[in-house]
Each structure stands twice: as structure tokens, then as C-alpha cells.
Design a binder for this molecule. Structure first.
Ligand code: ADP
Ligand code: MG
Length: 394
């Protein structure tokens, strides 16, 4: 994987640089409720502005499906972005954009209107690519989270303008390369979450890549069922038992050790601190019980596995972590991984919406080597897919 970075961009003084960012932030009552994505833009936008470029931020917001509207306008993000950047940010709409860009002072930053106000954006339409390209001299892609889509602003532009990875994109690609591209071995993967069906391709890809595959969460139940365990009322995709078996066989052939829980935390109701809570061996789950977390003995053994590893990729919580005490396995294993990362013996990369929430809940997100907030793009990367927005930078 080779790509150019801002180190290669050369003199940008007075040049217009189109920078694809992810400004798709959650909002409530006109306020940004989580500015993580805005903070991720700071390194690239300030570096280019400081180099004297006219910085033009390209991004989508929501799903306007080619229809301009107030609701999906990026105008409302100019001020929050300015606040995060600590410098002024202007807004440019799709009428009169050419003149507005020409009038910008070198070193200034402007947000262009929602790229998805053009229906051709999501179709990677050459006319839309040209429309965007006519505004800039260079293209910088800083939005890994949008790189799994071949859209005009994420892929098309990279083919018509000199293209570079922004600093956030660069950091993400380097971290992912270290985790699965050319990792230090042994490598462990933790895959959890609710269902096998949403992560089949992830599991299939990982068995050929990692030395230890740790399966937790609801999806472990399907694997346990495939091995003949009666999982009672647990969330379980019985129709995928054959697929689970196939994955276990492939792991065997590839020399990948699969770790399934042997003790579990169960209850009769899906609720926090239920009266029927108990811990038992996987073979002792009653017909009216459901497995909601990995048990403490298994967690301890998994911690010992991590101690023998140099690299860890993690997607998906080990249990129904939103309800106590079913967060215990996720929290304990996350703390072990964090401690190993902190002492320098483990490179740890984690991603996924609920995974990031769970690691924050465990208070250890900051100790992981890298946390990806990319969601869909992170999962496609875990599936071993080539992301079009990344490929176009090569
Ligand atoms: P991510 O967003 O990190 O990719 P997922 O969306 O795949 O993760 O999975 C997270 C969900 O899985 C959580 O809502 C969690 O409650 C659920 N989950 C984990 N273990 C279980 C279980 N044993 N039974 C039911 N749901 C579970
Ligand atoms: Mg999720």
C-alpha cells in the first residue's frame, strides 16, 4: 500500500486544495452532540492553511439524495468547525462557488455545500467530478470513514487531480497496515457483537490472517450451537450453523486457533441485574436461559492469550455491555489489552460503533494504540476488501 501524503504535496501557496473530510456529525437542536469527527480534521486543515493554501472542505451530510435542502445544508457546520479549529471558516454554496473560491484569501478555510446535493455524487458521475475538480488544484482525502464508497468526492476526484492522503487518513492507514497488513505476530482478533450474519465476511477473512480468533458476544452462540451446545433462549442464528462450522474448519486448516467461551453469564430476562443471573459452564445453560456475556474463567484465559500476542484487532463487544453486569467480560478484556498496549507489548487497534462505546465505557479507549471511528469502512477493511477511496490514492 503506497500513497502520497501532505509531505509530498509541494508548494500550495495561493492554490486551491479540495479536502474531503467527514463532517457527518450527530446533531440535536442545531448543536453538534459529538465533535470527534470535527476534531479529526484539525491536523490537515490547519497544516494546509498554514502553508498558504485556499482550503476547500468537501463533505456530505445526511442523505439528501440529490435534493438541496436547509435540513442537510453544511452551512450550519461552518461555525462549529471554526470553533474546533480556532480560526474562521466561511461557507460557500453551489451557486457562485467559482467566484467565491477565487475571492478567498490564501490561508483561509471554507466549507463547500453538501456534496450530496448533486445526485451524481453517489454515482461517481464524471460531470460532478469535473464540477468539483474545476474548483481546485489539488485533492486531499482525509475521510477514511467515507473511503468504502466510490463517490465523486471520495474516489472520482483522486483520478483527475493530483491526490494525497490527509493526516487523519494517513494515520488510519498506517495503523490498519500495522494491525493486519504486515503485523507483528502472533496476531489476535476479537470479534463480538450481536449476530454472525453481519460479520460473516469479517470472520472468513480473519481466519486466514490471524493466529487467534476470539469469538464473543451473541455470535459466539451460533458457533457453540454448531458444536452441539444447547444455548437455550440465547440469540442464535441456527440457520448459520453450517456456515459457522465451515469457518471453524477453515480456521483449523489455516492454523488459526478459535477461542469460544466455556463459561458464560446467563439470565432468564434481558434486563440489567436480573434476579435469575448466574454464571455456568456452556453445557449447563437451561432451556429458558440466555447467554448475555462471556464468563470470568474464559475471560481470564483470553487475557493470557493476549499476553502471548503482539498485535490485536478488535471489533464487537463480548456481551450485552449496555446492561450491567453483562459489560464485565468486555471491560475486563479491554483493560487487559489496554495495559499490554501501555507497556508496549501489544499493538491494539479497535473499531466499530458499539465497540468504541464499550471501550469508552471501560475507560480505556485512550490506551489502545489506535481507535477507528470509521464504522462501515472499518468493517469492510476487516473483511479484507479494497476500499475504492484508498485504492484511488495509490
Ligand atoms: P459494533 O457496532 O462495534 O460493530 P455490533 O453492532 O456488531 O458491534 O454489536 C453490538 C451489540 O451486540 C450490542 O448492542 C450488544 O448488546 C450486542 N450483544 C453482544 N453480546 C450479546 C449477547 N450475548 N446477546 C445479545 N446481544 C449481544
Ligand atoms: Mg453496532
Amino acid at each position: 500500500m503506497s500513497f502520497k501524503t501532505l509531505d509530498d504535496i509541494g508548494d500550495v501557496t495561493g492554490k486551491a486544495v479540495l479536502v474531503r473530510e467527514d463532517l457527518n456529525v450527530p446533531m440535536a437542536d442545531g448543536r453538534v452532540t459529538d465533535d470527534t469527527r470535527l476534531r479529526a480534521t484539525v491536523a490537515t486543515l490547519t497544516e494546509l492553511a498554514d502553508k498558504g493554501a485556499k482550503v476547500l472542505v468537501l463533505a456530505h451530510f445526511g442523505r439528501p439524495k440529490g435534493q438541496p435542502s436547509e435540513e442537510f445544508s453544511l452551512k450550519k457546520l461552518a461555525d462549529p468547525l471554526a470553533h474546533v479549529l480556532g480560526r474562521p471558516v466561511s461557507y460557500i454554496d453551489w451557486e457562485g462557488d467559482k467566484a467565491a473560491v477565487a475571492a478567498l484569501a490564501p490561508g483561509s478555510i471554507a466549507v463547500l455545500e453538501n456534496t450530496r446535493f448533486f445526485g451524481g455524487e453517489e454515482k461517481n458521475d464524471p460531470a460532478v467530478i469535473e464540477r468539483f475538480a474545476s474548483l481546485g488544484d489539488f485533492y486531499v482525502n482525509d475521510a477514511f470513514s467515507a473511503a468504502h464508497r466510490a463517490h465523486a468526492s471520495t474516489e472520482g476526484l483522486a483520478r483527475v487531480l493530483p491526490a494525497f492522503a490527509g493526516r487523519a487518513m494517513e494515520a488510519e492507514l498506517k495503523a490498519l497496515e500495522k494491525a493486519l497488513g504486515a503485523p507483528e505476530r502472533p496476531v489476535a482478533a476479537v470479534v463480538g457483537g450481536a449476530k454472525v450474519s453481519t460479520k460473516l465476511d469479517v470472520l472468513k477473512h480473519l481466519v486466514s490472517k490471524v493466529d487467534h480468533l476470539i469469538i464473543g458476544g451473541g455470535m459466539a452462540n451460533t458457533f457453540l450451537a454448531a458444536r452441539g451446545v444447547d444455548v437455550g433462549k440465547s440469540l442464535c442464528e441456527h440457520d448459520l450453523k453450517a456456515t459457522a462450522e465451515e469457518i471453524l474448519d477453515n480456521a483449523d486448516k489455516a492454523g488459526c486457533t478459535v477461542h469460544l467461551p466455556y463459561d458464560v453469564v446467563v439470565s432468564k430476562e434481558f434486563a440489567a441485574n436480573p434476579p435469575s443471573l448466574r454464571t455456568c459452564n456452556v453445557h449447563e445453560v437451561a432451556a429458558d436461559e440466555m447467554i448475555l456475556d462471556v464468563g470470568p474463567q474464559a475471560v481470564e484465559a483470553l487475557g493470557d492469550v493476549l499476553k502471548t500476542c503482539r498485535t490485536l484487532v478488535w471489533n464487537g463487544p463480548m456481551g450485552a455491555f449496555e446492561m450491567e453486569p453483562f459489560d464485565a467480560a468486555t471491560v475486563a478484556l479491554a483493560r487487559t489489552a489496554a495495559a499490554l498496549s501501555k507497556e508496549g507489548s501489544l499493538i491494539s487497534v479497535a473499531g466499530g460503533g458499539d465497540t468504541v462505546a464499550a471501550l469508552n465505557h471501560a475507560g480505556v479507549a485512550g490506551d489502545f494504540s489506535y481507535i477507528s471511528t470509521a464504522g462501515g469502512a472499518f468493517l469492510e477493511w476487516m473483511e479484507g476488501k479494497e476500499l475504492p477511496g484508498v485504492a484511488a490514492l495509490g
